[in-house]
Design a protein around this ligand. Structure first.
Ligand code: GUN
Length: 303
């Protein structure tokens, strides 16, 4: 199998972080403004703790300020809301991210709605959702935005291309469709009830897989030369790697696409891991810079 059709998300994300860092340095020189990102972590979910640590490190590496708030798993909802309110009014904080999932006693939607939309660097607030669908100055969800950057890098102008988004989540599927539409693609949003899904994929120039089902999308669903972006991250048993000390099989990460099959036909494809994943934090840094500029009447850089 040739590897030239594999999109290296790790390298692409490193390049994007460098550009964001350069633009942040320029904003600092010209305006004395240091963008700041606040991350709130409630509880001790190990995967979330790793995300938050990586976010903090990469924020500082890009020359921005990182504010990290770690709260215990039994923190009452009112305390989280009070912290969000404090961050909303802190002029050094330009972006706020509350790490999901939140513990059961906290209403996620209530917390997300409490974030000032202009600081909502996740792009999850209904105001940003509305701005995105109506062509306004939205803060755009990071993962879909990263997918668009990778698509444009590979394909240039996306105008007129047939794109299918498999998955309709608020975090990926729906904003992904809005962004593809804004690029003048002809967009299909597919999901678990879609009839003839394989055929719908086969008719598409661009396939975005965001269903959360391991290796569901097969090689013969992909048109020769199509571009495949795999947003899925699924941990599955990998008995071929041997057993763990507790007698259960070792595990591995796979996407929503059967990579070995699809890579034989796709014109370009993202692997899992090392594809879309690394782009998410890079886009979060980009959103923080954009938010900081807008809050201070500065034209944001076009990244
Ligand atoms: N948990 C996993 N990914 C994300 C993300 O992109 N944003 C937030 N807020 N929580 C997450």
């Amino acid at each position: 199998m040739s590897t030239e059709n594999i999109i290296d998300g790790k390298a692409f994300a490193a390049g994007l972080r460098e550009r964001v860092g350069r633009e942040a340095a320029q904003v600092k020189d010209a305006h004395g403004l240091t963008p700041g990102l606040a991350v709130v972590l409630v509880g001790d979910d190990p995967a979330s703790a790793v995300y938050v640590r990586n976010k903090g490190e990469q924020t500082r590496e890009a020359g921005m300020q990182s504010f990290e708030h770690r709260l215990s798993a039994d923190t009452p909802e009112a305390d989280v809301l009070a912290l969000v309110e404090q961050l909303n009014t802190d002029d050094d904080v330009h972006g706020i991210l509350v790490q999901l999932p939140l513990p059961d006693q906290i209403d996620e939607q209530k917390v997300l709605s409490a974030i000032n939309p202009d600081k909502d660097v996740d792009g999850f607030h209904v105001t940003n959702v509305g701005r995105l669908w109506t062509g306004g100055d939205a803060l755009v969800p990071c993962t879909p935005y990263g997918c668009i950057l990778m698509l444009k890098d590979r394909l240039g102008d996306l105008s007129g291309k047939r794109a299918i988004v498999v998955g309709r989540s608020n975090i990926v599927g729906k904003p992904m469709a809005a962004l593809l539409l804004a690029e003048s693609c002809t967009v299909t949003i597919a999901h678990s009830r879609t009839k003839d899904l394989a055929q719908r994929c086969r008719e598409s120039d661009i396939v975005i897989a965001a269903v959360g089902r391991p290796e569901m999308i097969k090689g013969d669903w992909i048109a020769p030369g199509a571009t495949v972006i795999d947003v899925g991250i699924n941990r599955v048993d990998a008995p071929e790697k041997g057993m763990k000390d507790d007698g259960t099989p070792k595990t591995k990460l796979v996407g929503d696409v059967d990579f070995s099959e699809a890579a034989e036909v796709a014109g370009a494809i993202t692997p899992v891991p090392g594809g879309v994943g690394p782009m998410t934090i890079a886009c979060l840094l980009r959103n923080t810079l954009v938010a900081a500029c807008r809050q201070n009447g500065i034209e944001p850089p076009a990244i």
